[in-house]
Structures are given as structure tokens and as C-alpha cells.
Write a protein that binds this ligand. Sequence first.
Ligand SMILES: [Zn+2]
Ligand SMILES: [Zn+2]
Length: 274
Amino acid sequence: MKKINIIFLGIVLGFTLNISPTFAGYIRANGFTLLPTAWDPGLDTARVAAGNPAPGGASWSLMAAGILADAVDPHLDNSTTDFLALLGQTSTQASAFINSILDIWDDDSAFTNLGEVDDGGSSFGASNGAGGHLGDIRIGAIFIDGNVGSNVLAHAYQPCTNALCVPGGSIGGDMHIDNANTWGDGTGGTLDLFTVMLHEFGHSLGLDHSDVLGSVMEPIYAGARRSLHSDDINGIQAIYGASTSTVPEPSALILLLSGLSAIGFFGRRRKSIT
Ligand SMILES: [Zn+2]
Ligand SMILES: [Zn+2]
């Protein structure tokens, strides 16, 4: 499988890597050592007042086109384009597609995917008070660096307090996908959007890059991933604990069924990558 340099960019805040002695391949940014790395209301009362989220859970939303990147973001002058255009999806297909990816992390840990909410439409990184962003993990397509050379495909911010990320704002969890790459299911010369978003959601939930080859969280795109490596599971469970249920939630069943008709490759999500 062709490898491309520097495909994924983790948190954009400067990070010095610190290897956990408990999970050899599980690397976290030491800038977050003393600060929250998991989704939790904490001091963020605006999120609590919105009924969203519970500790250990996060909602997500799709940013509309035209939302500017924040000053903390590396592509400051760009604004989002239509996410649905990346795969030519309807909003229903995109919702099922994204839930099926986030549910992989949900299924193997006590993290809870709270599902899609309407995006508040505020600027990337803006405060979520007073009708702000609403989605904990906001997802948008944007021009990052094109599709040649040192190609960053996407990036996401780890969960964090408002003050840490942007004064008065909350960029934690938010994700940008480079709209200049050719996205697909990894066949026919396309890049697999499912795999890239599975990796980026790992960041959105608090994981940093791993040095374990074959893991979802390795920093270089190396082909399709449809399930978590044991190293990824160790990492997500270190943050949220082990899964408390092995029975799929009703919403997950509905999404799986709708996904089968909508996209076609959800049935492969449990297939391990070789
Ligand atoms: Zn990454
Ligand atoms: Zn960005």
C-alpha cells in the first residue's frame, strides 16, 4: 500500500510526545497531562445547560460551508466547504456514515456517542455560549494543503477546556478534512475517508498518535482500517474505561441497517486489516 508522508496531523497545539509506561504504543501529548483529555462537562456550563453532553459522551455536528477557521488553526484564511460533496452523500447517508465510524470507538469503550446535533453555525473555535456551536465534535471540509507533497489529509483537536484551546471558545474535538484530496472507500486510487475519520475521531476523543504499526492511531495513512487494533482499544479504555455493554444500542442497529442501504461497506467494519 502506498504511503504518503505526514498524512495526519494531530492536535495543532505544540506537543512533545510522552510515552505512557502502561501502554507502550499509546502516546499522549504531555501538554494535556494536567488537563481534561476526556469528554466531560467540567466547568463548561454552557454544554451542561444545553443538556449535552454527559460525562464520557460527546455529540457531533456537521459544519456548513463558509465557516472560517479560527486564528489558532493552521489554515486561518480558509473556510469550510460542503462536507457532503466529499463522497457525494446525502445528509442522511453522511449521518449514518459518521455514526458508524464514531460507534467503533463507542463499542470498545465506555465512551458514548451522543449522536448528531444541528451545528450552531458559529465560527470554528468560537464560544459555545449564547447559541454557539452546539456540536461537541464539529466536522467540516476545508482546504488544508492540496493533494501533493507533504500531504496532510485531516486534523482534529483533542477534548480540552475552553481556556486551553481558544480563550472564550471551544475548538476541542473539532475536525477538518482536506477537501483537495480524492476521497472514496480506498479503492480506485481514492483515499479512504472512513479510515481517516476513524483516526481523527481518536484524536477528538483524546488519543494522540501511536507508534504501533497497524494501529488506527499510527500517524501515517497505510490503507483501510475498519476496526480498532488492541493498542487503540488500550488507549481509549485508558481514558474512558471498558465498555459496559456488549449489546448494540437500538440506535446503533438502526444506523447499521440504514448504512447498509446507503453506503455499502458497513458490513466490513468488523473485518480486521491485514
Ligand atoms: Zn493523527
Ligand atoms: Zn483546521
